[in-house]
Design a protein around this ligand. Structure first.
Ligand code: SAH
Length: 200
């Protein structure tokens, strides 16, 4: 109800959020807050995103069952699970090994077998699997990498939290049309930073 009142109207998005048990993605110490509309710590100084933000990003991606999606920043795997419900396949990259492994376990437990996880730097994308219908970044970045822009299909959508003037962040929607990128602001957000390098 809260999500609906906040402007989430896409029924597929709402039903995916309803079906995925968020408590499965949250450490035991915070489990009693699993269904509150807030971000929560998942270890390694990272957070599971706020459900409303997950819903906005999902709705703006305009996903169909035919889509192949690239996600940068697996984190807990919660957003990954929502994407997996709505699309054909999700390729998800996380730079912190322990988070990637934990997310994989949870996704397997929920029998979401159309997800492929990888430990790596998401800014490089996933060359072997390109091009993608949709790309989502769940860590804030100053600039989309050329690899990411190369790996999205024509008419594809990228959703990403962008850092503006080193201070605020705006969630942006990018659409590639005839090899040109058109962008639109969605809402102010606060994400952890996009960092390079792998943590084993
Ligand atoms: N949607 C996730 C949010 C995870 S927070 C959830 O709901 O759980 C963002 C994640 O992006 C963190 O786990 C962080 O380690 C990861 N990350 C940051 N920069 C990255 C990069 N360059 N490549 C891959 N993962 C990255």
């Amino acid at each position: 109800m809260e999500l609906r009142e906040a402007g989430i109207s896409d029924s597929d998005t709402l039903s995916a959020l309803e079906k995925i048990p968020r408590h499965e993605f949250i450490p035991n110490s915070f489990i009693d807050q699993a269904y509150e509309n807030i971000a929560l710590p998942i270890g390694n100084e990272q957070t599971i995103s706020q459900p409303l933000i997950v819903a906005i990003m999902t709705q703006e991606l305009e996903i169909t069952k035919k889509h192949k999606i690239l996600e940068l920043g697996t984190g807990s795997g919660y957003q990954t699970a929502i994407l997996a419900k709505l699309s054909r396949r999700v390729y998800t990259i996380e730079r912190i090994k322990s988070l990637s492994n934990e997310a994989k376990k949870t996704l397997d437990k929920l029998r979401l077998y159309n997800v492929v996880t990888k430990i790596g730097d998401g800014n490089l994308g996933w060359k072997e699997q390109m091009p993608f219908d949709r790309i989502i970044l769940t860590a804030a970045t100053k600039k989309l990498s050329t690899e990411i822009i190369k790996q999205i299909k024509d008419n594809g959508i990228i959703i990403a939290p962008m850092i503006i003037n080193n201070e605020k962040q705006i969630l942006k929607k990018f659409i590639k049309i005839n090899n040109k990128i058109i962008e639109k602001n969605i809402t102010d957000v606060k994400f952890v930073p996009n960092l390079s390098g792998i943590i084993a």
